[in-house]
Design a protein around this ligand. Structure first.
Ligand SMILES: NC(=O)c1ccc[n+]([C@@H]2O[C@H](COP(=O)([O-])OP(=O)(O)OC[C@H]3O[C@@H](n4cnc5c(N)ncnc54)[C@H](O)[C@@H]3O)[C@@H](O)[C@H]2O)c1
Ligand SMILES: [Fe+2]
Length: 382
């Protein structure tokens, strides 16, 4: 059996209403003056008020100016806030953008390291402040990944990758996601499903744990994404999505994602297309491209998605899985063509060249992707 290592968040709580226990958890972690890191959408949705009510007597402050795909300036501003209030703990509250920012603040406010010092793999030394992450989207799985992503240029993102970024605790409370708009539920949910699919076919680090998590994640999300989009108040579907996204996060944190993400990133960089939608746009065509190398694994996943199907061969199941996903993407109302997401045809070559810069991800793909292949995929979905 192939040797492997598996790392994840130490404690998870998965229950609607679990937020109410946050003061107890803060106490256990020695937080007496936490900083909440979040964004304006969470404030407008009334969720920050809810969190502050729960914290009650515990003195806290908040940084609410995280933006999607946070740039360095946001991280530095939030850091200054943590330092000026002498925060002794950080609560990341929101989607991947808020949680990633919170992870970095917990590290930088305590270790004294600079952003430049911690970029890259295992560069951060720590220590960090106590950290609780509370996702309000069922998507990135950032609450269980050792990664924080910062936008560092016009179109580029840089990652900080270190197990120090894993929080002390993640709270999965579906009550916080009932107000998530349908289009964000859809895009973030497809992102999470891609995490499971790509972890399951990851070329080097796929292992029995990540496989188990990816399969369970897909099962949960296949049964609940459409319901969560169509009836946002269905708590059961919302909790299944949160848990599914979390399990998928645990899977891809240990068996990394590949070409779907590599081709999605340039779409985010050049056109600010949200991360989940970028993934959704290229997903079916990348799976079609990978089919010759990964059909056996895709067939196993199709049996998870549609347990009692009549297809006999791996190729048939792979084609059926691609169709199933296309149908889901259509049903949840996401655009399926790059042109409908604002992409210009003349930029396809630049996008393909940029995708080649994502070698960190492309090495995990079951089939080698050349620049010409990437261009052909973008053209096919244009
Ligand atoms: N750390 C990781 O492992 C990892 C993995 C993938 C992506 N990312 C990063 O995560 C970010 C994307 O995260 P995301 O897709 O969760 O989106 P996001 O955090 O950018 O949030 C999307 C929008 O949803 C709103 N929102 C969130 N929850 C809400 C709720 N319950 N009710 C109403 N509105 C709500 C927010 O206000 C925001 O406007 C990117 O920066 C990406 O690079 C990180
Ligand atoms: Fe993703």
């Amino acid at each position: 059996m192939q040797p492997f290592t598996f790392t994840t968040t130490r404690s998870l709580v998965s229950r609607p209403g679990a937020l109410k226990e946050l003061p107890d958890y803060c106490r256990q972690l020695g937080m007496e003056r936490p900083l909440i890191v979040t964004d304006r959408g969470i404030v407008s949705a009334g969720l920050l008020d809810q969190l502050e009510d729960v914290l009650g007597q515990l003195p806290s402050d908040s940084y609410c100016d995280v933006v999607a795909d946070p740039p360095e300036s946001v991280v530095l501003e939030a850091l200054a806030k943590a330092q000026s209030m002498q925060a002794d703990g950080i609560i990341g509250f929101g989607g991947g953008s808020s949680m990633d920012t919170a992870k970095l603040i917990a590290l930088l406010a305590c270790s004294g390291e600079s952003l430049d010092q911690v970029y890259g793999v295992e560069q951060a030394k720590g220590p960090r402040l106590p950290l609780v992450l509370i996702p309000t989207t069922a998507g990135t799985g950032s609450e269980v990944t050792a990664v924080a992503i910062v936008t560092t240029g016009e179109t580029t993102k840089t990652g900080v990758v270190s197990p120090i970024l894993l929080p002390d605790l993640a709270i999965l409370d579906a009550e916080l996601t009932v107000g998530l708009p349908g289009h964000i539920t859809a895009a973030t949910g497809i992102d999470a499903m891609v995490h499971a699919i790509e972890a399951y076919t990851s070329a080097h680090k796929k292992n029995p744990y990540s496989d188990m998590l990816a399969r369970e994640a897909l099962k949960l999300m296949a049964g609940s994404l459409l319901t969560a989009v169509e009836n946002g108040e269905d708590l059961e579907a919302r909790q299944q999505m949160l848990l599914g996204a979390c399990l998928a996060g645990q899977a891809f944190a240990n068996a990394p994602v590949a070409a779907v993400h590599a081709l999605a990133y340039p779409l985010g960089g050049h056109y600010h297309i949200p991360h989940g939608l970028s993934n959704s746009l290229v997903l079916p065509e990348v799976l079609r491209f990978n089919a010759s190398a990964a059909a056996d694994l895709y067939a196993e996943l199709y049996d998870v998605l549609v347990p009692s199907n009549d297809y006999a061969t791996a190729d048939q199941k792979t084609q059926a899985m691609i169709q199933w996903l296309k149908q889901l993407i259509d049903s949840v109302g996401l655009p399926t063509r790059l042109r409908d997401a604002g992409v210009k045809e003349k930029s396809l070559e630049i996008l393909a060249a940029d995708a080649m810069l994502q070698q960190r991800l492309l090495v995990n793909n079951p089939r080698e992707v050349s620049e010409a292949d990437a261009l052909a995929i973008y053209r096919a979905v244009f």
